[in-house]
Design a protein around this ligand. Structure first.
Ligand SMILES: [Zn+2]
Length: 306
């Protein structure tokens, strides 16, 4: 006869008592079902939790990513701007070398200095970003090229400076600094609408807006030719620098030099004002070479006034 063991469960209460009996097989079966159901519920719960966790993480990563892509676009634009600024410097370099009478930088030398092998593993870098139109490697290469261009330009400017620093008095006679240290250009050289008549007229100098009393400096060594008052230009100083150069400073409030006086570059000669035909306090500044007006901005070797 097969031996059977049973488990008997007995409930006792005030009113009644009940008893259940389970065979060992049934008990094991029941336990298995309970364990399976519990395991199932736990798995579903964990899945649901980790899904929502990863969804949140993915969203965060996507946001970060689009920010990163935006930053890189921004950097690419800024590099483009720097390249065009550098292009202006390169052109100035050519002009300076012509003035200084030293050879221009050879095109091949420029290429050698600027070109060359790229040091960056493009694939590795590009794989960092999901978007195909953003190339991190080209950004790195652009920066690398820009750095080398700047270095070449710096060396070139040093060479120019060394060539001209003890050069002839012609350099000291060439207008080459700002006539005022502050202010901004309110009117440039060239055609413009006349502020009084509204007619199109050629403006032979630049107007630099600055408060009355702002010091005005001689832009090169020279001799004061005249200090006059005219209805158009108000108080006006004309300086002869030699080598065909002369400069004009108009609408002055004060004139601090006399005709025939020798002046040095950077010497204070007057103060900005609003005399003559002028709507607001400003300096009208002209540069002439052999009597022909030149754009004064071409004579600021030390920087631009903004
Ligand atoms: Zn003017």
């Amino acid at each position: 006869m097969k031996k059977q063991s049973k488990i008997v469960l007995i409930w006792n209460s005030v009113k009644s008592s009940k008893s259940f009996s389970l065979s060992q097989g049934k008990l094991i079966g029941l336990t298995l079902v309970v364990v399976l159901v519990f395991a199932g519920i736990t798995t579903i719960a964990i899945n649901a939790f980790s899904n929502s966790f990863y969804a949140a993480k993915l969203l965060r990563l996507q946001k970060n990513n689009s920010k990163l892509v935006g930053t890189i676009y921004d950097m690419q634009n800024r590099i483009k701007q720097m390249e065009s600024e550098l292009h202006v410097l390169t052109e100035k370099d050519r002009a300076l070398r012509t003035y200084a009478d030293i050879p221009l930088i050879d095109k091949d030398v420029r290429k050698l200095g600027v070109g060359g092998r790229y040091n960056f593993q493009s694939d590795e870098l590009d794989n960092l970003l999901p978007k195909e139109d953003v190339e991190l490697s080209s950004l790195a290469n652009d920066l690398d090229r820009l750095t080398r261009e700047i270095k070449l330009e710096r060396i070139s400017y040093e060479e120019i400076y060394n060539a001209i620093k003890h050069r002839s008095p012609q350099i000291r006679s060439t207008p080459s600094i700002r006539p005022v240290n502050t202010g901004y250009i309110s009117d440039g050289y060239g055609y413009r609408k006349d502020p009084f008549t509204g007619m199109k007229r050629f403006h032979y100098g630049i107007d630099i807006s600055a408060p009355t009393g702002t010091p005005v400096y001689a832009t090169a060594d020279g001799v004061v030719r005249s200090t006059n008052f005219s209805r158009t230009f108000g108080r006006i100083i004309k300086i002869d620098h030699g080598y065909g150069y002369s400069t004009y400073y108009a609408h002055l409030s004060k004139m601090l030099v006399k005709p025939g006086e020798v002046v040095k570059r950077g010497q204070k000669i007057a103060e900005v004002g609003c005399t003559g035909r002028s709507t607001a306090s400003h300096l009208h500044y002209e540069v002439r070479q052999n009597g022909i007006n030149k754009n004064p901005l071409d004579y600021y070797f030390t920087g631009y006034i903004r």
